[in-house]
Design a binder for this molecule. Structure first.
Ligand SMILES: Cc1cc2nc3c(=O)[nH]c(=O)nc-3n(C[C@H](O)[C@H](O)[C@H](O)COP(=O)(O)OP(=O)(O)OC[C@H]3O[C@@H](n4cnc5c(N)ncnc54)[C@H](O)[C@@H]3O)c2cc1C
Length: 319
């Protein structure tokens, strides 16, 4: 593997963890890893810090117009960067931004594209990767046949390790045209909460078993003690107990935390579709027959209104 480009995403001036995973994944593939970053909100230190995770160089398109996910322009910039460094492979996060960007780069570069990649490619007699399909219930092995290849990796597909070192940051001037800015973001609405749900390492999620919005204080307190984001099942957000951006599942946010705690959630297949790439799942439910227990690593059969306060107290005491 000669040269790999990694598209890195940022939020609030920090590189997202999913992009650090993309760099770790590219580094584990071997070869020289170059990252590409857009906008002027990320500091030079943050960018050179990508060397700690396996990038040797960072191409920075340092333009204020590119601060907010400008999909067409990002795709143009990435295609030009791939040409410049002679990259045969692009690695990026399988995210709401990464997916539309990767599709456009695939068209521009006539590349083979695979999303939801879960493991490093096998290059024995070709180039094939394993991807997750049917919302995590099965895997497919896919052969990539074009000279240029794009891998959109699923969260937790690579372990982020600190390797030491720093990357050279170079300003990269890409040529953009009007078509690259034909779709404009006119306003954005930020989700509330300190920790973004799709990026969270720990998620505490509540379902209809919590009976009403007035009972969410104990969920928030537990989440605060754990440094977790809060989530919920679909009926909970449909009933307005919680905001829609907290709804986890097939039709909501897909999460891949290290720890997902499901409280008073039955474990319907549509909910599981959003959580089944979590590293560890803990289920708290008063019904021992609740389907969620089948997907759980650990389970507590009990009434949430008794278990949660005790759990929160125990975590406080352990601190
Ligand atoms: C097309 C489609 C898409 C959907 N998409 C999604 C989706 O993205 N996300 C999603 O979540 N759902 C989705 N659903 C809905 C899904 O099928 C379930 O109806 C929903 O997940 C159930 O939510 P729940 O587990 O909170 O509620 P319930 O099914 O009512 O379960 C409540 C659970 O709480 C437990 N409980 C009750 N009281 C207590 C207590 N005191 N202590 C502890 N446990 C208690 C009960 O034993 C039960 O297991 C979708 C459905 C359809 C048809």
């Amino acid at each position: 593997m000669s040269s790999i480009l990694v598209f890195v995403e940022s939020a609030d001036g920090r590189i997202k963890k999913s992009s650090l995973e993309a760099i770790a994944f590219a580094h584990a593939m071997g070869g020289e890893v170059t990252a590409i970053a857009f906008g002027n909100e990320v500091s030079q230190d943050e960018l050179s810090g990508l060397g700690n995770f396996g990038a040797t160089k960072v191409l920075h398109i340092n333009d204020e117009k590119l601060n907010q996910g400008v999909i067409q322009a990002y795709a143009s910039g990435i295609a030009q960067a791939m040409e410049k460094i002679g990259a045969d492979v692009l690695v990026l996060a399988n995210s709401s931004l990464g997916n539309p960007v990767s599709a456009r780069v695939a068209i521009k570069m006539d590349a083979s594209l695979v999303s939801n990649v879960t493991e490093l490619p096998s290059t024995d007699g070709g180039f094939s990767v394993k991807r997750s399909i049917y919302t995590g219930k099965a895997f497919a092995n896919v052969e990539l046949t074009k000279a240029k290849k794009i891998l959109a990796i699923r969260k937790n597909a690579a372990e982020v390790k600190e390797l030491g070192g720093s990357a050279n940051v170079e300003v990269f001037s890409a040529n953009f045209n009007d078509a690259d800015f034909s779709a404009k973001i006119t306003s954005t609405e930020k989700a509330t909460g300190d920790i973004l749900l799709p990026e969270a390492e720990i998620v505490v999620s509540g379902g209809r078993g919590l009976k009403g919005s007035e009972n969410w204080g104990m969920i928030e307190e537990l989440a605060k003690e754990l440094g977790a984001a809060t989530g919920c099942s679909k009926p909970v957000s449909d009933m307005g107990w919680r905001p829609h951006h907290e709804h986890v599942g097939q039709t909501g946010v897909k999460v891949s935390p290290q720890l997902y705690i499901a409280i008073g959630i039955s474990g319907a297949i549509q909910h599981l579709a959003g959580v089944n790439s979590s590293k560890n799942i803990v289920v708290i439910n008063k019904d021992p027959e609740a389907p969620f227990f089948k997907a759980a690593d650990y389970g507590i059969v009990g009434d949430a209104f008794e278990v949660i306060p005790k759990l929160t107290e125990a975590i406080k005491a352990a601190k």
